[in-house]
Structures are given as C-alpha cells and as structure tokens.
Design a protein around this ligand. Sequence first.
Ligand SMILES: [Zn+2]
Length: 226
Amino acid sequence: MNYKEDVFADVYTLAHEAGHSMHTWFSQKSQSFQDYEYPIFLAEVASTFNEELLTHHLLEQTSDPKMRAYIINRQIDDIRGTVFRQTMFAEFEKIIHAIEENGDALTLEVFKSEYHKLLEAYFGQNFVLDPQLDLECLRIPHFYNSFYVYKYATGISAAVALAERVLSSKPGSVDAYLGFLRSGGSKFPLETLKTAGVNMGTSAPVESTLKLFERRLGELEGLLLA
Ligand SMILES: [Zn+2]
C-alpha cells in the first residue's frame, strides 16, 4: 500500500489492510488448502474491526475537542457510507431485479424514477435532490456483481459488535475473535460469526451499529456546539 506518515487517512488504511492480512495469515496457517479462503460476507469484518479498535484507541489518546470531533466525524461518515448508503443501493438492486423478473422493461426512465424514490426516502425532506442525482445508480460498478453491496452494511455491523465485545473485555472474546480469523471458509459465514459471538441472523448487530451512530452524532453535536 501507499503510506505517508503525515496523512492521517493512511493510518486507517494501514489498520484496515492489516486486518485483511491477519485474516489471511491466520486462515492459511489453520485451514487446509480448500478451506482457507474466506467468503466475501466475512472479508470486510476483519478490516473494519481494526478500524473500530483504532478509533477507540485514538479517542483514548486525546482530549483535544477538535481532534475528537475529527475522529468522531470520520466514524459517523464511515457508518453513513456503509450502513445507510449501501443499504439504499441494495434496496435499489432488489427492486430492479424484481422488475426484471416480473417481465417488465428496464428503461432509463424506470432506473431514474426508482432511484429517485429511494433518494427521497433515505435523505428526507430537507435535502435538495439535483435532477442529475437520479443518474447516480448508473455509475455503481458493484451492481455487476449481484447482491454485493449489502455486505458492506452487514460487515461493519458484525465488526462493531465484535469490537464492542473485545473492548469491554468480555471473557473469551479475544480467543473467539482469533478463532474467527482462523476459520477461513471452513464453515458457512453465519456460523463462523456466531462462533465468534455475533448472531447476524438477528437484527441486534445492525441495531447496535445504528445506536453507535446516534451516540457519536450526539457527541459531535456536543463538541461543535460547545
Ligand atoms: Zn477491505
């Protein structure tokens, strides 16, 4: 990776990519050849878990309100970009597939109007939607891989839940997390995560990530309005 010491974002990138490296390293050491590769559903869990630990560490290090606001704003933007935005993309994808399966034509007008409805629903009334924004759905390359985008939202939610367990020193949580890194693709992803301590078959992990978002928003407001 490219790394410059004076670029703050690079520290996050380094932590993120180190998460992938640890995941690969532990899986390769622990699994047989046919099982070591982890599936996409798990891929971004290890990387974003590291980012969560870094955020926690940085906030412990500083009481400077401007620095704290910067770190918190970064996390808020991260959750906005992965949980809310990617879920909106996933909903668009689901609607478009359903229209096609129903035998209806996917014209430019259909894409634009379906996407516009979602923008209105997700951004709410106080956000001005430029007409060009209806075309945004056409520039997301991930749609060429069916149902890829939702994994950003589930990945960060699982990572937040696992990081909260480790940071609160829950007994056995570190071993469970290392067990997750060692699992590779040896089990179904939901089972792997369940063994690590997070049940993605329930709404709890996503809800607790939304709660973290809300808490951080409150903290940022407090820092900026102080
Ligand atoms: Zn990644």
